[in-house]
Design a protein around this ligand. Structure first.
Ligand SMILES: Cc1cc2nc3c(=O)[nH]c(=O)nc-3n(C[C@H](O)[C@H](O)[C@H](O)COP(=O)(O)OP(=O)(O)OC[C@H]3O[C@@H](n4cnc5c(N)ncnc54)[C@H](O)[C@@H]3O)c2cc1C
Length: 496
């Protein structure tokens, strides 16, 4: 059926696309199609989010690529996504002035405070205008859940339920005329693919999933902790899940389909746990979104983070990948270039910031969000706090970056890939370049000094770790922390 440009007072169902940039397993789209009104697919690039420090151009490029991919698929139905730029309140008001909105359909967004406030304003506006806004569950995340008593069962039911893929054949789509809302064209820099950075879109999401089962996933469990090998053997679905190019239910059902593959049991059960964690963590954020701003455990309110005059310098060194610890620096520089590192390396970066440097996690959380192409507020904040050791309920892990390098990058391939200045240094010296004598520095063609090609360590590792252990374990014994633990367990953890 042909896409019809809207005329004044056409009655339409608006699908407000957010982090759900796909046409399959999409409950809001399926409902809009069922409504019988022409369907208007809308994506709004919001200045509010583009100016937010959690986000970087890499995210908007990925979104743009995802929308282009959707438009490619929609061409079969003579439809397009209407892409506009502006704050949503203004966009919906302008839209309502030229079309008759029957209802808005979207997924529930488990986002930052700014999107929560925006959604409340839109809700208010819908009420005033008498427009229904139907919101659909985001994966297995339950809005308003106050405990986890039946959560796991509900997760399972949701993941095994039939996909909500709409029948697009025969659907009448429409687009907003330019004179009503100017269509947005991406800046040139979004239109160029970045080497090393994953490209957005459902087509590539499915290709990535297929290639996992075609072979690279078999060694998933063995390679998950290794910074280099994880790039190939982990699923690499995270940006596609974060921006909704594929649903977590689609990924889980593909896992069930492949469950009996001979020789894959260990890989698939490790992968299955991660897919459970996906919604489990987002649920934590949904149930206690204040953790964007404060420690989830209020007992850490006065935790003695540093506030001396070297904090800014050390934070800068961490952000720039110049701490003097090769694995920490390689991870940060790899992130800057590719938007991805594996779980263990993310945990190590946070551990180094919060434990060895004793810097408040809130000073680093946005920096990593902006670097992670897969930034998902609902996973990022609870994970960041967990690794920062301020939940009171999780095991405290202080990762030794030298040991991590020896164990997970034993030949130094990952370090040398991202720190070219150290390429001439053999292992094991590569892991501790501060131990190079002046003679060795000459031999391997590197100067390790405060202003050298590679910097000296910003802290003394053993001493910093010892102090962190004392500080963290001492604080954990406090009555206020323990009191909060019971509340946190009741809210965020399934009862035994
Ligand atoms: C400090 C910190 C911040 C993080 N921030 C994010 C984030 O913003 N977005 C994000 O998607 N992941 C985040 N993670 C979790 C994890 O590191 C990534 O999901 C994973 O590395 C992505 O790679 P993959 O897709 O190959 O994962 P796989 O190992 O193949 O796992 C498959 C999927 O399961 C989910 N998953 C995997 N590990 C976890 C986990 N530990 N917790 C919750 N879900 C998980 C992801 O959706 C992932 O794509 C963070 C971890 C830490 C320690």
């Amino acid at each position: 059926m042909e896409e019809s440009p809207l005329t004044v007072n056409s009655r339409v169902s608006v699908v407000w696309l957010k982090r759900d940039l796909r046409l399959t397993d999409h409950a809001p789209l399926a409902a809009a199609v069922r409504s019988g009104f022409p369907v208007l697919l809308l994506y709004v690039f919001e200045p509010m989010l583009q100016d937010d420090e959690h986000y970087d151009e890499r995210h908007w490029r990925f979104v743009w690529q995802s929308l282009e991919d959707m438009n490619g698929q929609l061409a079969d139905f003579d439809a397009t996504v209407t892409i506009v730029y502006g704050e949503c309140g203004d966009i919906f008001s302008r839209l309502a002035s030229c079309v008759d909105i029957d209802a808005i359909y979207s997924h529930e967004e488990v986002g930052l405070a700014s999107t929560f406030i925006r959604d409340r304003q839109i809700q208010q506006w819908c009420k005033q205008k008498g427009i229904a806004w139907y919101e659909y569950q985001h994966g297995a995340v339950q809005r308003g859940a106050t405990d986890r008593k039946v959560w796991d069962k509900a997760w399972d039911t949701y993941m095994r339920a039939p996909l909500e893929t709409p029948r697009l054949e025969g659907t009448q789509f429409c687009a907003v005329p330019e004179q009503c809302l100017p269509h947005y064209t991406a800046p040139e820099s979004w239109q160029i693919k970045r080497k090393g950075m994953q490209t957005g879109g459902a087509t590539l999401a499915w290709k990535t999933l297929d290639s996992f089962y075609e072979g690279r996933g078999k060694d998933y469990a063995f390679c998950i902790s290794k910074p280099a090998q994880s790039r190939n053997h982990c699923s690499r679905l995270s940006p596609y899940l974060a921006w909704g190019n594929i649903s977590v239910r689609e990924v889980y059902q593909a896992l069930l389909f492949n469950w009996s593959r001979p020789g894959w049991r260990r890989a698939l059960s490790a992968f299955s746990s991660r897919l459970h964690w996906h919604c489990h963590f987002i649920q934590k954020f949904e149930s206690e979104c204040e953790m964007e701003f404060r420690h989830v455990n209020a007992g850490y309110r006065d935790f003695p983070y540093r506030n001396d005059d070297k904090v800014a310098e050390h934070l800068k060194a961490w952000k720039e990948g110049r701490t003097g610890f090769p694995l920490v620096d390689a991870c940060m520089r790899c992130l800057q270039a590719t938007g991805y590192i594996n779980f263990r390396m993310r945990a190590m970066l946070v551990s180094f910031l919060c434990h060895h440097l004793n810097i408040d996690w809130r000073l680093g959380v946005k920096h990593l969000a902006a670097l992670f192409l897969d930034f998902e507020p609902g996973i990022h904040y609870p994970q960041f706090q967990m690794q920062a050791g301020v939940t009171g309920t999780n095991t405290i892990r202080i990762y030794n970056p030298t040991k991590q390098a020896q164990e997970h990058d034993p030949e130094g391939a990952f370090i040398c890939r991202w720190l070219p200045e150290l390429r001439g240094v053999p292992v094991p010296l590569l892991f501790e370049p501060w131990k190079l004598t002046p003679m060795e520095q000459q031999l391997y063609g590197i100067t390790v000094a405060a202003d050298g090609e590679y910097p000296l360590p910003v802290v003394e590792l053993e001493q910093a770790a010892r102090e962190a252990r004392e500080r963290l374990w001492g604080w954990r014994k406090r009555a206020e922390v323990k009191k909060e633990n019971s509340r946190i367990l009741a809210r965020h953890v399934r009862p035994e």
